[in-house]
Ligand binder design. Structure first.
Ligand code: ADP
Ligand code: MG
Length: 355
């Protein structure tokens, strides 16, 4: 029997701490993929190819044609708080990349088997490295842990296998593989609209054809037509609004009153990050409640750029819900502009071009 009185305080094991921290960032295959897509975009990729097995639980592979990673940086790649994107605190206020915390690959390495194949412009061959718990491990049993030369194209391929193999409670909290796959497709779809110049594909491993495929160099509207269909694309109205002196700017593609969906589709990007804002959502719904019949909802893609000094980016990565300075005023301005556009008083209707 335990002695009476309070229980003793003990330090948690390093590996347990890291696994708990990783679970906070990587909730499910789609959240891992979001981090990997952002890394590929940060690396300047124009092509991003995703392969998925078993809803991402068995395999999540993402191949890009970005800058690649220097061989000398590979030992640090999956170390927590190691990043190439910022070096001083003040860099945070002028962030132009998605990443900056250096936590994504580290987290993944604590809850999955992580491998990387990468080649920079100046490399004569590609390099392969594997990671467990933040550190390099041998690519094959019997070899040393350092990266091994291999064949590969310029850019980076990240391979995540057996996600949550060592965190069974997390694994059991996941839905069916088809539902997890649907979430993966949703994340890629939204990033493909927001980055319409980049080509995205997604397919199931072993399948010859892609479930999602966009060409590079599309306009936003072409991407929306391809991904959400003609019925959405033909009703799109383009709205752009900006404050002077340039504290913020907004660009939106919203459907007219002739488009009526059962559920609202809202793609909200703030400073290029896919985020949630229940305030923005409620305000937009209010705009449409006056022009759509009850039970009908719009499609809205809204990209908002706000002076980085007014948004706290240094929130925990799990916080998808964002807040910023002068939120109420900015939201009101945007909603007014959308309302006017819907009423046909200003802004231009987007005309469809045959492609
Ligand atoms: P962060 O993005 O916050 O820096 P990550 O753990 O996501 O942290 O990535 C760590 C580092 O690995 C990045 O800073 C970057 O230098 C490098 N990296 C990751 N993915 C890629 C990629 N697809 N292409 C090039 N470099 C990458
Ligand atoms: Mg990152």
């Amino acid at each position: 029997p335990e002695p009476p009185g309070p229980k003793p305080i003990r330090r948690l094991h390093e590996s347990l701490i890291n696994r708990i921290a990783a679970g906070e960032i990587i909730h499910r295959p789609a959240s891992a993929l979001k981090e990997l897509i952002e890394n590929s975009l940060d690396a300047g990729s124009t092509s991003i190819r995703v392969t998925v097995k078993d809803g991402g639980m068995k395999l999540l592979q993402i191949q890009d044609n970005g800058s690649g990673i220097r061989k000398t940086d590979l030992p640090l790649l999956a170390e927590r708080f190691a990043t190439s994107k910022i070096s001083t605190f003040s860099d945070l206020s002028q962030l132009t990349t998605y990443g900056f915390r250096g936590e994504a690959l580290a987290s993944i390495s604590h809850v999955a088997h992580l491998s990387v194949i990468t080649k920079t412009e100046s490399d004569t061959c590609a390099w392969k490295a594997c990671y467990e718990d933040g550190s390099l491990v041998p690519v094959k049993a019997g070899l040393t842990p350092d990266p091994k030369p291999c064949a590969g194209n310029e850019g980076t391929t990240i391979i995540v296998e057996d996600l949550f193999y060592n965190t069974p409670t997390r694994l059991s909290a996941l839905r069916s593989s088809s539902e997890e796959y649907a979430r993966i497709l949703d994340v890629i779809t939204k990033y493909a609209v927001h980055n319409s110049t980049v080509s995205f594909t997604c397919k199931k491993g072993g399948s010859p054809s892609a479930d999602l495929s966009t060409p590079s160099g599309s306009t936003t509207q072409q991407a929306i037509r391809l991904l959400y269909g003609h019925s959405v694309a033909k009703e799109l109205i383009h709205v752009s609004e900006q404050d002077d002196p340039e504290a913020w700017s907004a660009e939106a593609y919203v459907t007219s009153a002739s488009y009526q969906a059962k559920k609202i589709v809202l793609l909200l990007f703030i400073n290029n990050r896919l985020v949630d804002s229940s305030r923005i959502k409620r305000s937009l719904e209010a705009v449409y409640s006056s022009i759509l019949p009850k039970g009908a909802s719009p499609y809205i893609y809204l990209s908002l750029h706000i002076d980085p000094r007014s948004v706290d980016v240094n929130v925990h990565p799990t916080k998808r819900e964002v807040h910023f300075l002068n939120e109420d005023m900015i939201i009101e301005d945007i909603c007014d502009a959308i309302q006017e556009a819907l009423a046909g008083r200003s802004h231009s209707r987007v005309f469809e071009y045959q492609v």
